[in-house]
Design a protein around this ligand. Structure first.
Ligand SMILES: Cc1cc2nc3c(=O)[nH]c(=O)nc-3n(C[C@H](O)[C@H](O)[C@H](O)COP(=O)(O)OP(=O)(O)OC[C@H]3O[C@@H](n4cnc5c(N)ncnc54)[C@H](O)[C@@H]3O)c2cc1C
Ligand SMILES: NC(=O)c1ccc[n+]([C@@H]2O[C@H](COP(=O)([O-])OP(=O)(O)OC[C@H]3O[C@@H](n4cnc5c(N)ncnc54)[C@H](O)[C@@H]3O)[C@@H](O)[C@H]2O)c1
Length: 457
């Protein structure tokens, strides 16, 4: 049996822990899927490469409003797919090769790891290992509703929808969150008809109410959106899917995408045998130092975090990277803490959306005395240049102190436009200091942020 200094389950964010300080250690890296994890292979990176191509298509489609008539001759889907995966697949393969052949202290186990005791792991390759410290970085997986599994109908998730052999004619999406909104944009921009089916009455329900309502209204103009109407049954055969909704209506298409959330993989680790507590949803419980309930075992990323976002998984991996080296269970250990104060998120749909901090509803529920300003992109010069009719920037601050509580942007380049607000909140700048303590390049799009800040009472 092999003994290691550190064992890491999952090669996504878990793989980023191994910097030079780990070069002299014996490390086991355990991975049961594609090397590099979700973000690289089936998540953030490929989706955004598809989104960029979709935006090129939309720009062509809308060009006449600027006096330029143009049209799309052809969408070469196989070439769109190759552009993405010819770039990504070699990165994953290269990362695996590096860990397998070129990292002397690291042993890669390609199998499904399970605890069979405290810091003792069955690697899924027939070998059992032990380690002084273990990191659980096992991510999450798509949830598939029972109506879909029961039907036996061929369905896709983010794992395989991006490698379809051809563009769907009519893509039916069950789910109304991040993944549904991003893929609806991608496939509709390339010419597929898209239907989105959601249980609730709005798309992206977790967002600030104004932003979610605005996005839902815009989505109705572009896609067939069925809300407040849960799926009753799914039926069909190859190339033909029918989804019957609670009100008896039926949606038919040729391809079904399921995007109703992702379950943390903590339920598939034999965690109980190792003293690692996991909640009912499969999320590994951690403290603010990323320590689990078992001594010597840390967890990070989707498997344990309240945020299923790559920048959060990366941040938590940096915390674990430090704390692994600090005798983390000793009294008085000087540990690094996770900072979840201002976690931003962006949805790369059409239009783009970004948020940080409290929604207006959360701020009011907390009894805060707030001032709110919604500024349109069309109120600033760059918004005129773009002929923008959709973009909004909403800022929420505490009345009196000017403390920034939340920011919500929907419109072109929202994840970029919001970044100065994330910075201001993280470093404690008040709305007034942020607005007037710096220059705002004229006529840049961030003037919409400046004007929103100045518009707060
Ligand atoms: C379609 C999509 C788009 C996304 N886009 C964005 C985005 O734009 N921005 C953003 O911030 N986030 C995005 N995310 C979320 C982001 O991808 C995840 O939050 C992030 O990748 C989580 O990283 P992780 O290291 O926790 O897990 P992962 O990267 O999933 O790594 C976990 C690894 O562990 C392996 N594993 C699991 N169990 C075991 C086991 N028992 N034994 C061995 N190996 C195991 C898995 O195979 C996997 O490779 C997106 C997600 C999806 C699905
Ligand atoms: N740009 C990004 O950062 C990005 C992109 C994609 C995914 N992600 C991450 O991945 C996670 C998973 O994405 P997701 O879109 O699958 O989940 P999600 O949580 O964003 O949305 C799932 C939606 O599906 C709805 N739903 C649940 N069960 C349903 C059912 N049976 N029928 C119809 N609707 C149902 C939910 O009400 C919810 O609105 C996200 O929460 C996010 O953290 C991030």
């Amino acid at each position: 049996m092999n003994h290691f200094d550190v064992a890491i389950i999952g090669s996504g964010s878990g793989n980023t822990i191994l910097d030079d300080r780990y070069a002299d250690m014996q490390v086991a890296l355990l991975e049961d899927g594609i090397f590099g994890g979700t973000c690289l292979n089936v998540g953030c990176i490929p989706t955004k490469m598809f989104v960029y191509a979709a935006e090129v298509a939309r720009t062509i489609e809308h060009s006449s409003r600027y006096g330029i008539d143009s049209r799309i001759d052809k969408v070469r889907w196989p070439d769109i797919v190759s552009r993405v995966f010819d770039r990504i697949d070699p990165i994953s393969a290269g990362g695996e090769r590096y860990r397998r052949d070129e990292s002397p202290g690291t042993t890669l186990f390609s199998g499904h790891a399970r605890f069979i005791g405290p810091r003792r792991l069955e690697t899924g390759t027939g070998e059992v290992i032990t380690a002084d410290q273990v990191v659980i970085a096992a991510g999450s997986r798509p949830i598939i509703p029972e109506a879909v599994t029961r039907s036996g109908v061929r369905y896709y998730t983010n794992d395989d929808i991006m490698r379809l052999p051809e563009l769907p004619e009519h893509l039916v999406i069950i789910g109304s969150g991040f993944i549904a909104s991003e893929f609806a944009h991608v496939f509709s921009a390339f010419g597929s008809k898209v239907t989105i089916i959601g249980r609730g009455n709005r798309l992206l329900r977790h967002l600030d109410g104004d932003i979610s309502a605005h996005f839902t209204a815009l989505a109705h103009e572009k896609w067939d959106v069925r809300l407040g109407n849960p799926v009753r049954t799914v039926r069909g055969d190859d190339g033909n899917v029918e989804v019957e909704l609670a009100d008896g209506s039926v949606v038919s298409g040729d391809t079904l995408l399921v995007a109703v959330g992702r379950a943390p993989n903590g339920d598939r680790l034999g965690a109980e045998t190792a003293g690692v507590d996991v909640d009912d949803e499969g999320r590994v419980l951690v403290d603010r130092f990323q320590r689990t309930t078992a001594e010597g075992v840390f967890a990070l990323g989707d498997v344990s975090s309240p945020y299923q976002l790559k920048h959060v998984a990366n941040h938590e991996a940096r915390v674990v990277q430090e704390n692994l080296l600090r005798n983390a269970w000793a009294d008085g250990a000087d540990l690094v803490r996770t900072d979840h104060r201002f976690v931003p998120a962006a949805v790369f749909t059409d239009p783009q959306i970004a948020e940080v901090g409290l929604t207006e509803e959360q701020a009011r529920d907390q009894g805060l005395d707030i001032t709110v300003k919604v500024q349109k992109y069309s109120d600033v010069a760059y918004g005129w240049a773009m002929e923008d009719t959709e973009g909004l920037c909403k800022v929420i601050a505490e009345r009196g102190t000017g403390r920034l509580l939340g920011a919500h942007v929907i419109g072109a380049q929202a994840p970029t436009v919001i970044q100065p607000l994330i910075q201001a909140m993280s470093f404690g700048l008040s709305a007034k200091d942020m607005a007037r303590g710096q220059y705002w390049i004229h006529p840049g799009l961030p003037e919409v942020v400046e004007n929103a800040l100045l518009g707060l009472e």
